[in-house]
Structure formats: structure tokens, C-alpha cells
Design a protein around this ligand. Structure first.
Ligand code: C2E
Ligand code: MG
Ligand code: MG
Ligand code: MG
Length: 281
């Protein structure tokens, strides 16, 4: 009995019959080790405009446990968030993002890279300084970094969240609301934050364009985003009818298996090089 999580393709083999408690035990223990070894990798998934142009790419963590096989980030990220491991994961992913941006620059590609940032890390007192230091040391352009924050984090303290975001804006960093449409969207709070992008959650994309409720919600979000001038990315786009519907209603970019699956960074860089041809290096 393979268990599918969050519509992802990570399938669990051996540990499906473990209790949640048993899973937690080895995950907690082994995640520390994984962060210091090659068990953990960053994959990347490009985003596309309707004309096929790449407009951005998102980094997604992958953990391959030596005995348990692939472990979904939907499982291990929440666990990491309960400890300081989330800091390690985040700084590591930011380092990968900086390197990827430098590699892209060398290839004359100018789209931004998105990194998932946990609310807890965003609001960590030292976070702004740490990011500033990282950008400075790496020489990566902050204005090509997008931080994806899950909808709802600002509920706690809008003013503090806005201050932190503006601090990072000064480094060029832009913000995206991830999984938009699933959380407790407080639109008036949303408006007080410096947000660049909305990512429509895949649960709202999945039943397009057949389901009237999904149609209504998607159109509403796209119309609102147009009015407020947000960049909108749809996530989990898996077929042409979905892509057609989204493009017709003004969605700026799409991310999903229809276009590309998350892939190892090296594969992706290889494909960028190939696309640019032998002269474009
Ligand atoms: P997310 O940021 O909303 O990422 C989108 C998820 O949708 C990814 O799942 C991606 O692999 C999956 N996906 C992409 N295209 C399709 C599609 O066409 N169909 C379907 N069914 N799924 C698609 P993934 O990689 O399992 O990540 C799950 C979540 O874990 C992410 O959701 C994100 O919230 C979190 N996460 C992943 N990596 C990191 C990380 O490095 N740091 C933090 N803080 N969170 C991370
Ligand atoms: Mg994301
Ligand atoms: Mg999302
Ligand atoms: Mg998600």
C-alpha cells in the first residue's frame, strides 16, 4: 500500500506501515545527518510563460534516505521547522540559490530563482543580516531572488512581517505568497505587505477547467491579481486544458509536470546550456 502525500509523486515503500511516531524517530535522528551529507539535494522546477519562455524557477528540497528511500519535503520540512534544523536547511538552500544565480549569469539568463522560506526563519531576528552577508560573500544578485512564503504567516503580526519584508526588499529580494487560495487570506493584511507574486495553489488548478467552483475561484484570483498588479504563477499545471484556461484568464506563468518536473540542478543547467546553443555560454 503506497501512500501518496499532497498529490506528490514521492511514493513511500518500506515506511508506509510505520506509525507516525516511528517515522518521527528516524526522521529526526537522520535529518541532521542528511543535512551534512549528500542525502539531501536541491532540485529545481522551471516556470513558463504561455509562449514557452522560462520566467523563473523554484528550488525544492529532496531527501533520499539510504534505507527508507525518498522522503517527501511535505514530511521532513515541518519536522525541521520544529527544531533549528530548518535554519540549516534554509541557509543551505539560499547558498544553492546564490550559486545557481551566478551560474545563470554566466549563461546570460536573467530570470529569478525562488526559494521556500519558512515563516519561522523569515521572522528570525538574525535573518536579514544573514541574507545580506550571504549575498555579499557570494556576489549573487539579490534582485533575482524570490522568497516564497506560505499564505497566512503574517496573521501573527502584520507590522513585524512587513518590516522584515521591507528590510529584505532593500537587498532586492521580492516576495511570493505560496499556496495562495488555501489559507486564511486576509486581503486587507495582504495589501499591507510588499508582495510581488501570488502562486495559486495546485488544489485550485487540479479541477480546471471542468469544475465551476474552481473556475470561479481561479478567475477571481486572476482578476484581483491583475487589478493589484501581482505577478501570478499557477502551480501543479498538468495538462493543456488547464494551461489554456489559465493563459486565457491572464495567468503570467505556469509551473507543473506539463512543462517540467523538478530536476537536479546540474541537469537543469545542462538544459539551459543546450538551449542557448554552442555559442551561448
Ligand atoms: P510548494 O512550495 O508549494 O511546492 C510545490 C510542490 O508541488 C512541490 O512539491 C512540487 O514538486 C510539486 N509539483 C510541481 N509540479 C507539480 C504538478 O504538476 N503536479 C503535482 N501533483 N505536483 C507538482 P514538493 O517538492 O514535494 O514540496 C512540497 C512542499 O515542501 C513545498 O510546497 C514547500 O512548501 C516545501 N519545501 C520544499 N522544499 C523546501 C525547502 O527547501 N525549504 C522549505 N522551507 N520548504 C520546502
Ligand atoms: Mg513553493
Ligand atoms: Mg505552493
Ligand atoms: Mg504547497
Amino acid at each position: 500500500r503506497a501512500k501518496r502525500l499532497g498529490g506528490n509523486r514521492t511514493v513511500f515503500y518500506d515506511h508506509t506501515l510505520q506509525t507516525e511516531f516511528e517515522q518521527r524517530l528516524w526522521m529526526e535522528k537522520d535529518l541532521t545527518l542528511a543535512l551534512n551529507t549528500s542525502q539531501l539535494a536541491m532540485h529545481i522546477q522551471p516556470q513558463y510563460a504561455r509562449d514557452g519562455r522560462i520566467t523563473g524557477a523554484e528550488l525544492l528540497a529532496r531527501w533520499t534516505h539510504p534505507d527508507q528511500g525518498p522522503v517527501s519535503p511535505a514530511l521532513f520540512v515541518p519536522l525541521a521547522e520544529e527544531t533549528s534544523l530548518i535554519n540549516h536547511l534554509t541557509y543551505w538552500s539560499l547558498g544553492v540559490a546564490c550559486q545557481a544565480l551566478l551560474d545563470l549569469q554566466g549563461l546570460d539568463e536573467t530570470y529569478p530563482i525562488s526559494v521556500n522560506i519558512s515563516p519561522k526563519v523569515l521572522m528570525d531576528p538574525g535573518f536579514g543580516e544573514a541574507v545580506r552577508g550571504l549575498l555579499k560573500r557570494s556576489g549573487a544578485p539579490g534582485n533575482r531572488l524570490i522568497f516564497e512564503i506560505t499564505e497566512g504567516v503574517w496573521i501573527q503580526d502584520v507590522e513585524a512581517t512587513a518590516r522584515r519584508m521591507r528590510e529584505l526588499n532593500r537587498l532586492g529580494i521580492r516576495f511570493s505568497i505560496d499556496d495562495f487560495g488555501t489559507g486564511y487570506s486576509n486581503l486587507s493584511s495582504l495589501m499591507r505587505l510588499p508582495i510581488f507574486e501570488l502562486k495559486i495553489d495546485q488544489s485550485l488548478i487540479r479541477n480546471l477547467p471542468g469544475d465551476p467552483d474552481s473556475i470561479a475561484i481561479a478567475r477571481l484570483i486572476l482578476a484581483m491579481a491583475g487589478q493589484l498588479d501581482f505577478w501570478v504563477v499557477a502551480e501543479g499545471v498538468e495538462d493543456e486544458p488547464q494551461a489554456d484556461f489559465l493563459a486565457r484568464h491572464g495567468c503570467d506563468a505556469m509551473q507543473g509536470y506539463l512543462f517540467a518536473r523538478p530536476m537536479p540542478i546540474d541537469d537543469w543547467l545542462g538544459s539551459v546550456r543546450q538551449r542557448r546553443g554552442p555559442s551561448g555560454h
